[in-house]
Ligand binder design. Structure first.
Ligand SMILES: [Zn+2]
Length: 89
């Protein structure tokens, strides 16, 4: 099984953030992000669902952000306490 297939397996069962996946596979976050971008198209007609990142301090939701990368700072309160977006299939 390739790594991408394995990611699809994992995300079919539970939600994961890109960072969690990177930790799991012991690879760079940027590699996981590439994988996710690829998976998004390869799993059609299934969908890669993404829950938006959220500021834990003020509750700001990073809605407009469609990239898989985690935002680093809240634009509203400048907090860096951000819940990353999670993915599932
Ligand atoms: Zn905030």
């Amino acid at each position: 099984m390739t790594r991408r297939e394995e990611i699809i397996e994992i995300l079919s069962k539970e939600e994961k953030s890109a960072q969690e996946l990177a930790n799991y596979f012991q690879i760079e976050l940027s590699e996981i992000i590439q994988d996710l971008e690829h998976i998004k198209y390869s799993i059609k007609p299934r969908k890669l669902a993404m829950k938006h990142a959220l500021c834990k301090k003020c509750g700001f939701v990073f809605k407009e952000r469609s990239k898989v990368k985690k935002p680093s700072k809240c634009p509203r309160c400048k907090s860096e306490w951000i819940t990353p977006q999670v993915f599932s299939i």
